[in-house]
Write a protein that binds this ligand. Structure first.
Ligand SMILES: Cc1cc2nc3c(=O)[nH]c(=O)nc-3n(C[C@H](O)[C@H](O)[C@H](O)COP(=O)(O)OP(=O)(O)OC[C@H]3O[C@@H](n4cnc5c(N)ncnc54)[C@H](O)[C@@H]3O)c2cc1C
Length: 428
């Protein structure tokens, strides 16, 4: 005897939990399945434990990556950050704005998990976790006895799970992306989508630190821990935005908000470019500094970036093309600006403001905050998140090919897509 539900949601993370609570409070009989022991681990660890749960600018579609950047617009405009903020308020959860519209909980991410759990319980969601779904198949409506006074919507899917067989009218895929496998990420959603003939854009790690070969990074490896503001660009992706944010040196490469943002647009083999003196006309500044001072080049650059970086940057082989080492001359760092010609100073300034490096790769799924790519948006109705070709199948949250910037955009997509799907799920 199978258990019958109006909707079964697989994945009790941000999107699945929110969708389950909203749908159940609309009167649907909802089952929420997750294979993990712990509930919503990504919410728990997000935002350094304080969950950057939305961004006040999250209704801007250009803050999201997707093969079709217009796809997310409907959901983001329908379910705006203010609505989630109102929900927090109704649960007495305090929050504050940290940086550029990013909203964080005052105390802990646990408050958001508790809130979502409470919303599910209010609707009477049937919890099934930990529970593994072994198989999903489509059923023809007539295969299951259904009468006009049946309390459930007409079933379309059968699921074989650890807890027995379930049938449901709507199946919601909310299994998220592939990042941080040790806390429950899996490719289940992508496999299910392919099983039903939906296209999946190859998933790749995004919002992720970039790495370099040991040899190319050797001059900078000792700078690990050093941070400064830069403006990051992707020279081979002219449509990608520039990010003026902090850069962080690591043992293996580069991280920090500037790099994480840029990594979502970066593709293997491409360079990244960093302006180490953002907002400054360095060429002009160096020419002015030349007149009337005996300042060394390294000292002048150390006034703009940390001295250790100025040293490593000036010692890099590429600088020798501008200021070749000559016997009897001091090292580049000690050369007096007054002794350098206009052409050399302008070339140095241009290089400083467009420092190009070639990452060898990324830190991968272990360190990525999100997954770029996923279930292709043309397969889904942007108003309901239902698959065009598979009535009753819905895909929400990170499993879909919609990836937000750093700063609360990914949770807002999870809430917004979940809310739209929850409104559309068939009621008995
Ligand atoms: C370290 C870190 C920090 C982050 N910080 C932020 C932040 O501050 N702000 C922000 O906007 N975004 C942040 N993110 C991204 C954000 O967490 C995700 O975009 C968001 O959680 C996606 O929601 P989701 O419901 O689609 O997926 P998830 O929240 O990942 O939930 C997916 C659920 O599906 C379950 N699942 C997976 N496979 C199966 C299966 N086979 N069977 C059953 N269940 C399954 C998982 O156990 C999980 O519970 C962060 C991510 C990380 C990794």
């Amino acid at each position: 005897m199978s258990m019958r539900f109006d909707a079964v949601i697989v994945g009790a993370g941000a999107a699945g939990l929110f969708c389950a609570g909203v749908a159940a409070q609309r009167g649907l009989r909802v089952a929420l399945i997750d294979h993990s022991e712990h509930l919503a681990e990504k919410i728990r660890i997000s935002g350094g434990g304080r969950c950057n749960f939305t961004n006040l600018e999250a209704d801007k579609p250009e803050r999201f990556l997707s093969e079709d950047p217009r796809f997310a617009r409907h959901a983001l405009k329908t379910y705006r950050p203010e609505r989630f903020i109102a929900l927090l308020r109704s649960h007495g959860i305090g929050w504050h704005e940290k940086h550029r519209g990013q909203l964080f909980c005052d105390d802990s991410s646990e408050r958001i998990i508790d809130m979502l759990r409470t919303e599910c319980d209010r609707g009477g969601v049937h919890w099934m976790r930990p529970c593994v779904v072994h198989e999903v198949s489509r059923i023809e409506p007539l295969q299951v006895e259904h009468t006009a006074d049946s309390p459930h919507a007409v079933p379309r899917f059968a699921l074989r799970t650890d807890a027995g067989e379930l049938v449901c009218a709507s199946l919601v895929v909310a299994t998220g992306g592939l990042s941080i496998p040790k806390i429950g990420a899996s490719d289940w959603g992508f496999r299910l989508a392919r099983q039903f003939g939906l296209q999946v854009i190859t998933p790749r790690p995004a919002l992720v630190p970039l790495t370099f070969t040991a040899q190319s990074w050797q001059p900078f490896a000792e700078l690990s821990g050093l941070a400064l503001e830069v403006e990051l660009a992707l020279p081979e992706r002219p449509d990608a935005p520039r990010f003026r944010e902090d850069l962080l040196f690591t043992h293996r490469g580069l991280s920090g908000p500037a790099i994480l943002q840029g990594s979502s647009y970066w593709h293997a083999g491409e360079p990244i470019a960093m302006d180490l003196a953002p907002g400054r006309d360095l060429g002009r500044e160096l020419m002015i500094a030349r007149d009337g001072t005996r300042q060394q080049l390294g000292t002048a650059l150390s006034a703009i970036v940390p001295r250790r970086l100025a040293q490593a940057w000036l010692a890099d082989g590429e600088i020798a093309q501008i200021l070749p080492a000559t016997p009897g001359m001091p090292a580049v760092f000690e050369r007096r600006i007054a002794e350098l010609g206009n052409r050399a100073l302008l070339a140095l300034a241009a290089r400083f403001k467009d420092w190009r490096v070639h990452p060898a790769g990324t830190e991968g799924w272990r360190k990525a905050e999100v997954t770029a790519g996923g279930i292709a948006t043309p397969e889904l109705d942007p108003r309901t998140l239902q698959a065009h070709r598979v009535p009753g199948l819905y895909c929400i949250g990170e499993v879909v090919d919609v990836t937000g910037w750093l700063g609360g955009y990914n949770f807002q997509w999870a809430w917004a897509s979940a809310w739209c799907a929850a409104q559309a799920l068939a009621r008995p």
